[in-house]
Design a protein around this ligand. Sequence first.
Ligand code: GDP
Length: 205
Amino acid sequence: MWEIQKARFFKTVAALDAGPNTFPEIAFAGRSNVGKSSLINVLTNQKQLAETSKTPGKTKNLNYFLTNDNLFFVDLPGYGYAKLSAAEKARIGELVDGFLNTSPKLAGIIALVDIRHEPSELDFQMAGWVKTTGKPSLFVLTKADKLPHTQKKVQREKIITSLPASDEFEFVDFSAVTKEGKPEILKWIAKTAFPQKAKAVMRTN
Ligand code: GDP
């Protein structure tokens, strides 16, 4: 299985034109507290890596992590902080929306939604942004360990039916505690970021 062997914080970007524009990028979007840092840490096999995005000066910007020396994870600002002013929220919205629609290296988007709750207004807004990019998008339903199996299925169906254009997205349950969903997410990242390699492997099998 394709794995992330190494990962490190690369840079914080506060303006649209300041991205590295070198390797393929996978963006991670979700409201604060949804489990975005936990997901990035599990995928990269690190305990604290994504906490960097929560340190002063970085929370409202795009945070780039370099993985395997050939792929960027772009941690988008967690939105929905009640404490932010309207002007700050607008700036973050513009940065995220602008990044998703103009980054030449963006290969795909991982959007996070808490499996226990109906999608909020903010989740709908995120789904709208994601859809307009036309990029391959994977919705990760987080904190799956908090629900029993049957309820998980019910919630998943509810979320899928309530999100507009959900037939254009892929969905996977994930738990940072049990690591459920990790192999599927890694597989999706590999095929999305490196479609040529994925095709070559299929041809040789
Ligand atoms: P972020 O703000 O989106 O980066 O969210 P964090 O990754 O920091 O997670 C927010 C809180 O939810 C923390 O207390 C985590 O320990 C908890 N959490 C995140 N993912 C999971 C999960 O899969 N299962 C459980 N039980 N808790 C989780």
